[in-house]
Design a protein around this ligand. Structure first.
Ligand SMILES: C[S@@+](CC[C@H](N)C(=O)[O-])C[C@H]1O[C@@H](n2cnc3c(N)ncnc32)[C@H](O)[C@@H]1O
Length: 192
């Protein structure tokens, strides 16, 4: 059975209990991942990056449902290892997980990006992922500004999907082309 047809409950059962419990707050619902990947496919994207890929839920569903090259970058090594293990178990060859800080990555290899409010942990301690989380509004602002600059430097037609958050990391050079889920899921395209 393809991962995109799993219920969230069945998909989350791939993870240890501790990670399963975090799903409602931190991991993308299956239906949202399917909508995002269909936007990237219809836009002709070749290579999509999940910025802050967590346990890999978006990436795993996307890679199993499409032939697009899918990558995820995640700062927590234990989450990267978990995501890689599930990718191997499902023989997903169009998928890679990178361990690192997303702000240090060169984004020019990608023409589509998925961003599920990854910097929220810097300003909101609710359901924190682990004890590594420390609150800092300055850090939050620095991250948002740095990502906005990186997005702004990318070529015309670059696509971004944002899920939740204020989308303040999206520069004015992008146009909102579509939205759903009461504006929580937004689809962007670089215009200039
Ligand atoms: C809300 S979760 C989303 C996970 C995944 N994208 C999904 O949709 O299922 C955000 C993730 O971003 C990661 N993250 C936050 N800041 C990061 C950074 N600067 N570099 C890499 N990962 C980061 C967190 O560790 C967390 O796993």
């Amino acid at each position: 059975m393809v991962l995109g047809s799993y219920s969230d409950k069945d998909f989350d059962a791939l993870y240890p209990l501790k990670m399963r419990k975090l799903s409602g707050t931190h991991w993308t619902p299956v239906g949202i991942a399917m909508k995002a990947i269909s936007f990237f496919e219809n836009s002709g994207c070749n290579s999509v990056l999940d910025l802050g890929s967590g346990v890999g839920k978006f990436c795993l569903i996307a890679a199993d449902s499409s032939s697009i090259r899918i990558s995820g970058i995640e700062q927590r090594e234990n989450l990267v290892q978990l995501a890689r293990k599930i990718a191997v178990n499902h023989q997903l060859s169009n998928l890679e997980f990178i361990h690192g800080d997303l702000i240090s990555l060169d984004l020019s290899d990608f023409d589509g990006f998925y961003f599920f409010n990854s910097f929220e942990e810097n300003i909101n301690s609710k359901d924190s992922l682990d004890r590594q989380s420390t609150l800092s509004s300055i850090q939050h602002e620095n991250y948002i500004n740095a990502l906005r600059e990186k997005f702004d430097a990318l070529p015309i037609k670059t696509r971004i999907v944002t899920y939740c958050g204020e989308a303040s990391e999206i520069p004015e050079s992008y146009r909102l082309v579509q939205q759903s889920h009461k504006g929580r899921l937004r689809f962007w395209e670089k215009q200039i």
